[in-house]
Design a protein around this ligand. Structure first.
Ligand code: KIV
Length: 272
């Protein structure tokens, strides 16, 4: 059981802000289903993100764009049934908030009502400011997401590091400040230079959670299936693999296949 697990019965948006002010780092991982969420929550991870990366990891799409609001709600409700302690943040999927603030609010309300999620996350800076304000006015906590924002992959053209140039870095700093002022409770920074991420984390009072953004931020997030090595083809520099589950599972499935074919499974003790 982690140290943090003893400190908090339930993680809230306020606990995260307290953690930042105490200098305690925040841990965050993704989950899209009940079984994985139960393991992640049981390990004392502070925040579970029902990410739209489910589009890649669970559904096999090339990008996060195809996943729908209904599908996100399905994943989020499965996760929520498993949770005892973690704060659960649910991604607003592409197309559910970009067109206008009223639609953004409707989508956020559906997530909160139908899945029981505790907060929503949305990608973007000044272009989504009005939507963020409207959602916050309804009492729904919002986590921002800047840097590499995968819902805009066709605008960027590649998944390479963002904000290396001065102009984009300056815009990112302004957007981070705007998100804090608008009332976001936290911010994800994805795949940007570590120095820039640290500068942003120091310049705002809300927690900054990084993925490929170095160690000078207030917490870290990884996609669970990547860090346990189930997705073995994705190998960015920022990813630390804690297990090689692809290999372990492959061995188990191969052995099972052989045991069935040879008649070794089930044995006398494995039947009625
Ligand atoms: O969808 C997701 O998993 C994310 C993380 C990579 C931050 O947004």
């Amino acid at each position: 059981m982690s140290v943090a697990k003893k400190e908090y019965k339930r993680i809230t948006v306020k606990s995260l802000i307290d953690m930042k002010s105490r200098g305690e780092k925040i841990s965050m991982l993704t989950a899209y289903d009940y079984t994985m969420a139960k393991i992640v929550d049981g390990a004392g991870i502070d925040v579970i993100l029902v990410g739209d990366s489910a589009s890649n990891v669970m559904a096999g799409h090339e990008t996060t764009l195809p996943i729908t609001l209904d599908q996100m709600i399905y994943h989020a409700s499965s996760v929520l049934r498993a949770i005892e302690r973690a704060l659960v943040v649910v991604d607003l999927p592409f197309g559910s908030y970009q067109s206008d603030p009223k639609e953004a609010l409707r989508s956020a309300i559906r997530i909160m009502k139908e899945s029981g999620g505790h907060a929503v996350k949305m990608e973007g800076g000044k272009e989504v400011k009005e939507s963020i304000k409207r959602i916050l006015n309804a009492g729904i906590p919002v986590m921002g997401h800047l840097g590499l924002t995968p819902q805009s992959i066709y605008k960027f053209g590649t998944y390479t590091v963002r904000a290396k140039e001065e102009q984009e870095a300056q815009q990112l700093k302004e957007d981070a400040l705007m998100l804090e002022r608008a009332g976001c409770f936290a911010l994800v920074l994805e795949k940007i230079p570590a120095k820039l991420a640290e500068e942003v984390a120091k310049s705002i009072s809300i927690p900054v959670i990084g993925i490929g953004a170095g160690n000078g931020v207030d917490g870290q997030v990884l996609v669970t299936h990547d860090m346990v090595g189930m997705t073995h083809e994705f190998n960015p520099r920022f990813l630390r693999r804690y297990m090689n589950l692809y290999e372990e599972m492959n061995k188990a499935f191969t052995q099972y296949g052989e045991d069935v074919k040879s008649g070794d499974f089930p044995n006398d003790k494995e039947q009625y």
